[in-house]
Design a protein. Structure first.
Length: 142
């Protein structure tokens, strides 16, 4: 009798754990952008995006304040320009040599590690950049 109660209790716990939405919670699109930023950008640009990351002192030029992009570009977030800088397809000529990693290449290499993405790495790259752009647009100062 004791074992049957224990098995019943374990079955109830297992059922609750496997059917509860919290057990399978997926990050929201907002979270994905923030996580992308924190994992790849914050070490230089800082947790708040103001260019004060922990690696700032090791760089030859200070990282940009990413919270003022909209203000610096006429009040609208410059999606295409920022996309091209992140992806590495556009150099920031006035800033001299590129210190920032070419994230498009990094993301493409990472896509090849996933069987479902190896045939179409651009979708993987685009998803990560879109999430990042969404986050950057949301941290703009007014």
């Amino acid at each position: 009798m004791r074992n049957s109660k224990r098995i019943g209790a374990l079955a109830l716990v297992w059922a609750a754990a496997t059917t509860t939405p919290v057990a399978f919670a997926q990050p929201t699109a907002e979270d994905l952008g923030r996580l992308e930023y924190e994992g790849n950008c914050a070490s230089c640009h800082g947790m708040t995006g103001k260019g004060d990351g922990r690696l700032k002192g090791l760089l030859t030029k200070a990282p940009s304040d990413l919270t003022t992009l909209s203000r610096r570009y006429g009040g609208a977030f410059p999606n295409q320009m920022v996309w091209e800088i992140i992806d590495g397809r556009t150099e920031v000529g006035a800033h001299g040599a590129r210190d920032m990693p070419v994230w498009g290449q990094v993301f493409r290499r990472q896509a090849l590690q996933y069987p479902g993405m190896a045939n179409q790495p651009e979708w993987y790259v685009r998803g990560r950049i879109v999430a990042l752009l969404d986050y950057l647009a949301r941290i703009q100062t007014k």
